[in-house]
Design a protein around this ligand. Structure first.
Ligand SMILES: Nc1ncnc2c1ncn2[C@@H]1O[C@H](COP(=O)(O)OP(=O)(O)O)[C@@H](O)[C@H]1O
Ligand SMILES: [Mg+2]
Length: 248
């Protein structure tokens, strides 16, 4: 079966330090997977490569069987329609209302009528618990609300691939649980493929059945979330346990 995401020998460096050094990732359609690793290991970078926002130095990326890198601008735009991304900093447009922020992917794709857009935005905002906030500006929202607007914007076009960069960072435990619940409900409904980056390893591993751990340019772990504690790799064990002592 065609994978939703397939990276082969992906490479990326800034300066001399390789952040991604021949990384291979394969996500089956409908799979939910987490990506963990120390700060500045290149987790956000990998997500940006997967949605075509950054160019790699080498290797290949396929999304739903289509080559993403090395494709023309038009092809890239075509592929991007199937990808929803929640950015680490939310990346909301400050000058746009909540409604317009969420509508953006639908407006850009041009395939939906104004009425349909209104309805979809309304439904999605209700799903993330933000009904009634349509006319607000991002500056009027709390951190958790901004995160949920960004989430609504990632979900609104019902993309087949969803990339979430720190979807729960800075949120309280109740809001965090709520976000995971939302993502779970969305996945059950749409069977989208999801890749989530989170620094909250414990919260993440309760949600994802599979974890990848990026370390020094390579995937040091790629396996079941519930087996990562007993990984033979001391670096992996230390990281997930948050232990002081160890090779890290
Ligand atoms: N466009 C860029 N230009 C230069 N350096 C970058 C760029 N993007 C990321 N980096 C660097 O790459 C490293 C990894 O970044 P990032 O992917 O954001 O890490 P993570 O999300 O794992 O914390 C950081 O040291 C960051 O400064
Ligand atoms: Mg990051």
């Amino acid at each position: 079966m065609t994978a939703m995401v397939e990276c082969r020998s992906l490479c990326k460096s800034f300066g001399v330090r390789p952040l991604l050094d021949r990384v291979n990732v394969r996500l089956a359609s409908g799979e939910i997977c987490g990506l963990i690793g120390s700060a500045a290991t290149g987790k956000s970078l990998l997500l940006k490569l997967l949605c075509g926002l950054q160019a790699s130095d080498g290797g290949e990326i396929f999304i739903a069987g289509r080559r993403l890198d090395a494709s023309s601008k038009e092809e890239l735009q075509q592929s991007r329609k199937h990808i929803g991304m929640l950015f680490q900093n939310n990346a909301l447009f400050d000058f746009m209302t909540v409604r317009d922020n969420v509508a953006f992917p639908l407006v850009r794709s041009g395939a939906t009528s104004a009425e349909e857009i209104r309805e979809r935005v309304h439904q999605t905002l209700r799903a993330v618990g933000l009904s009634g906030s349509e006319e607000k500006l991002p500056a009027e929202l709390s951190g958790g609300m901004k995160k949920r607007v960004a989430l609504a914007r990632a979900l609104v076009a019902r993309p087949a691939l969803l990339l979430f960069d720190e979807p729960t960072a800075g949120l309280d435990p109740v809001t965090t649980a709520r976000i995971y619940e939302l993502l779970g409900a969305e996945q059950a409904r749409t069977r989208a493929t999801m890749l989530l980056v989170s620094s909250d390893v414990d919260g993440l591993r309760r949600f994802v059945p599979r974890l990848l751990m990026l370390h020094a340019g390579r995937l040091r772990y790629d396996g079941p979330s519930d087996k990562i504690d007993s990984s033979e790799d001391e670096v992996v064990r230390q990281f997930v346990r948050g232990a002081d002592e160890g090779p890290l």
